[in-house]
Structure formats: structure tokens, C-alpha cells
Design a protein around this ligand. Structure first.
Ligand code: AMP
Ligand code: MG
Length: 419
């Protein structure tokens, strides 16, 4: 027994192993971008029901917005040509122009007409004077000149012209897009069927929340997290349940999953250990790419194709699983789902923290913005699941070394920027 000594701890035990080829994050992303193509089919749906859908063809305005020249304010309309400098006094014609109830006839040169916001400009009117700038006795108005030609009016088609492409194919439709589609008369759109993303947790240690309080069991945190993330991303989550560390069972589950998913996310069992059956099964298909990505947290990423369906084998650790899903799977889902490669839009904010970052791998820190500065979670421990919920996003530190002190600009990626 005395000749069996524990290995000595080296103080660089967390450093990258020598001689191992770590793929930089950007190289890994470039490879994904090059190799994937769209897998979803097209369908026509009513525009009003297309919230969250991705356009499969350019959407064109069927009419201009606004469709006709109209008043931008409540006031009085007239021809600018009959106005000038100094005090102006104009007779007001009978009747009025209101939104949806145009003035019938022509306003004579030198006369004014009562006009309300949104009303089509009557014949003879090209300019509107704001009601508050006018005094009126019912039959005449007085105001101070000069006024600008075309003041307080909107030109026909000044926003969008009929026939213009309003949204390109690949655009994800949301509430604001639906508004413009409606305003320009588009009733039906060609969209892609939502990407069906299967989510499978693996590991004998897993139990569903509340199922067993045996401390040897881990409650499955990844499945509810990833399923709801997919839903937030306006894709179609497919709950594939939980697979034991058993190759035969896992094979059966993957076979069934491939029937009802366009892409599969597995978590756990991806790192090539004894119980890492996801890697092992993907290896059998000959499609396994075991990516050792220079990334913290979450280095091992097993990618493969199972029965024609791409599989992202994520690390089991929930922090690493979330980061890998956001950084690698999300842009890839864009391509698979017809949206195109989609990178999150981050922005630089002053750091509220201090950190000496070593060179070698890109790091994602759980972060949030307070008072315009990026705070990071007190611990970088990847088991600290509470930090995911504490955070509103990630701070991305570059592959190289970086000395962050309070005020240093750092890149912040809100969780929502992956949406
Ligand atoms: P693995 O990648 O399978 O080696 O798992 C790494 C760590 O993540 C282990 O501590 C697992 O228990 C844990 N883990 C794996 N899957 C999940 C999950 N679905 N929910 C919570 N923790 C998990
Ligand atoms: Mg496992």
C-alpha cells in the first residue's frame, strides 16, 4: 500500500493539456455554417397567424403605406400657394375631412377646410395648419405666416410603396412585422414549418424534479431549461424524455426521436468517458465529430447525424449545456430552420468587475447589466446553476488574454439576443 501514492496536484491542473488541438470557437462556428442546410418545409398561412414564423419567400406590399396623402394632425387644410408672410385670414368651406370620411369636392384656392388626423387631403389641399396655431370664428380662420409647403401632411407611399419588398425571405415575423404586413394589405404569407427540436437528457443519475430525494440522484434541470428555451426561440420543442446510460435503450430512443425531430439536442454523455453513450453511438454511425472547443464553460461537443437528423451532444452540466446551446446550436438552428445563420447582437458595456483572463479559450461569464455596467456572477463554478438565473445574459471574453478592470469595455450578450 505504501508504494501507492496519490498523484501530485499540479498548479496548472486546469490549464489546457499540452499537444491537444483545441478548436477555437470561431473555427467551430465556421465549420457549422458551411455544412448545414435548411431542413424545414414551406406552407402558406394567414399573415395574422404567422407570429414567430420565418418567411419562405419575400413579402411584397400589396398597396402603399400610407395609401393616400393625408393629414398628420388635426387642423385646417389649404393650398400653400394662397398663403404668404404675416397674418393670414382664410374663409373656411362647409363640411370637413375626417379619417375614413373624405371631403367631397375641391377646396377653392384661398379657402381652408377643417381636417382631422388621418383624413385624405381633399383636392386643392397640400398643406395643413395645426389647430392650436389657428383662431377661428366658425366661418374663417386666422394664423401667422409663413407656413411650410406640405406642412403636417404625409405623402402617399412615403413609408412603403406598393410592390416593394417589405421583408426578405428568412425574416422572422413578430408583432411589428405583422403590423406592416396588415398595413400593406398582405393577407397570406409563405413560411417555413417551425423547426422541431428534440430534447433528450441522458444519465442514470437523473430523476425528474421531485421524483426522488436520494442525494445520489440529480434532478433533470436541462430538459425544462432547453425545452422552454426552444419555445422562447419560437421553434417547436419535442420532449424526448430521459435516457438511461444504456446503449441499447439510447439507440431505440434516438431512432424514435429521429422520426419526430428535425434536430436533436442531447445533454450528458458527450465527453468520451465510460458512460458517454451519445458519443459512442454517434461514433458507430461514422458521423461523429468530437469537438474539443476552446471554450469555457462546456468544451466537449459531440456532433453527428442519426438517421439523417443532426444531433448536438451537449455537455451534461447545465451551465455548459446552456452556453453551448446558445453559442453553437442557435446559429445552426437558424440555417436548419430557414432563417439563415444567426449570430447574437452583442454590445460593449463597461465592466463592473475585475478579472485577469488567461489566453487559450473564449470565456462566457454569467452576467447582467446594472446601472449601465456589466456585473458577473460571484462564482465561475460551472455547477453554480443559481448563477444562470441570477444573470440576464453572458459576457463574452475573447480567446486571447485580457485584463478586465472596472470600466473596461466588455461584450455583453443578453439572453434575448439569441432569440
Ligand atoms: P456528463 O456530461 O454526463 O458527464 O454530466 C456532467 C454533469 O452534469 C454531471 O454532474 C451530471 O450529473 C450533470 N448533468 C447531466 N445531465 C444533467 C441534467 N439533465 N440536469 C442536471 N444536471 C445534469
Ligand atoms: Mg452522464
Amino acid at each position: 500500500m505504501s508504494d501507492l501514492k496519490p498523484p501530485q496536484l499540479k498548479n496548472d491542473c486546469f490549464a489546457l493539456p499540452p499537444g491537444v488541438d483545441w478548436t477555437p470557437v470561431d473555427d467551430a462556428l465556421d465549420r457549422l455554417k458551411d455544412r448545414l442546410t435548411r431542413v424545414v418545409s414551406e406552407k402558406i398561412v394567414p399573415a395574422a397567424e404567422a407570429n414567430g414564423c420565418i418567411l419562405a419567400a419575400d413579402a411584397k406590399a400589396l398597396r402603399s403605406n400610407p395609401p393616400g396623402a393625408n393629414a398628420a394632425v388635426d387642423g385646417y387644410g389649404m393650398a400653400h400657394a394662397a398663403t404668404g408672410d404675416g397674418d393670414q385670414l382664410l374663409p373656411v368651406v362647409e363640411g370637413r375631412a375626417a379619417a375614413g370620411a373624405p371631403f367631397d369636392g375641391t377646396v377653392p384656392l384661398g379657402s381652408a377646410v377643417r381636417i382631422l388626423t388621418g383624413a385624405l387631403l381633399p383636392n386643392g389641399v397640400d398643406t395643413v395648419v395645426l389647430q392650436e396655431d389657428v383662431s377661428s370664428d366658425g366661418s374663417r380662420i386666422a394664423f401667422k405666416g409663413p407656413i411650410k409647403s406640405g406642412a403636417n401632411t404625409r405623402k402617399a407611399g412615403e413609408d412603403v410603396q406598393a410592390g416593394n419588398v417589405i421583408f426578405a425571405s428568412g425574416t422572422r415575423l413578430g408583432p411589428t412585422e405583422l403590423a406592416l404586413l396588415a398595413a400593406t394589405g398582405v393577407t397570406d404569407v409563405s413560411v417555413y414549418a417551425p423547426l422541431r427540436v428534440g430534447v433528450l437528457s441522458t444519465g442514470d443519475e437523473l430523476a425528474s424534479a421531485g421524483e426522488s430525494f436520494d442525494p445520489a440522484r440529480t434532478f433533470d434541470a436541462n430538459r425544462p431549461m432547453l425545452l422552454s428555451l426552444i419555445e422562447d426561440w419560437r421553434m417547436s420543442p419535442v420532449d424526448l424524455g430521459h435516457a438511461p446510460d444504456d446503449r441499447v435503450a439510447l439507440r431505440r430512443i434516438l431512432d424514435a426521436a429521429a422520426e419526430r425531430s428535425d434536430v436533436i439536442l442531447t445533454s450528458g454523455g458527450a465527453s468520451g468517458g465510460d458512460e458517454d453513450h451519445v458519443s459512442a453511438l454517434l461514433e458507430e454511425t461514422g458521423s461523429l465529430a468530437d469537438w474539443r472547443i476552446a471554450l469555457k464553460p462546456g468544451r466537449p461537443l459531440a456532433l453527428g447525424i442519426w438517421k439523417g437528423v443532426p444531433v448536438f451532444g451537449l455537455p451534461g452540466n447545465p451551465v455548459a449545456a446552456l452556453v453551448c446551446t446558445m453559442i453553437f446550436a442557435r446559429p445552426a438552428f437558424g440555417v436548419l430552420g430557414g432563417e439563415g445563420w444567426k449570430e447574437p447582437q452583442g454590445f460593449l458595456v463597461p465592466a463592473a468587475f475585475e478579472k485577469r483572463k488567461k489566453p487559450g479559450r473564449r470565456e462566457y461569464l454569467r452576467a447582467r447589466i446594472r446601472d449601465g455596467r456589466a456585473e458577473v456572477f460571484k462564482s465561475e463554478g460551472s455547477g453554480r446553476l443559481s448563477g444562470l438565473a441570477w444573470a440576464d445574459g453572458l459576457v463574452e471574453l475573447p480567446d486571447g488574454e485580457m485584463d478586465v478592470t472596472p470600466g473596461t469595455p466588455v461584450k455583453y450578450l443578453p439572453y434575448n439576443s439569441f432569440r
